[in-house]
Design a protein. Sequence first.
Length: 142
Amino acid sequence: MTTQTTRTSAQQYNAFLAVCPSRQLLDRISDKWVTLILCALAGEAAPPGGDDAPAEPRVLRYSQLSRLLVGVSQKMLTQTLRSLEADGLVTRSVAPTVPVTVTYELTDLGASLHQVVSHLRAWAQDNMDAVSAHRASHGKER
């Protein structure tokens, strides 16, 4: 596929139109759990007190993801992983062990999306104090 072909096919989608399929994709990938799963699989979810080594993509079991994403329900984690797999953003591997071992890993497409959403996650963490201050002052004005 040439660059010209890529540009042409990308131009046929416009998320500002209600019927555009890219709007559905945008809705799916803008979920907080999607962002956190992608960041976890990219190796950004270091345990507290971990080293400052650069993040490396990793393969995680369902139970590891569940522990890293504190507060996610089993149902939500399962649904989100299934949608990410259906969209080609993660791969699910099943090893015939007892009990069965299921692991998840970023695909190249998922890694490219991670490059975008990791900045969003970092922005949220870096600016939470300022947003909280604005929220508090906004509530006092009413």
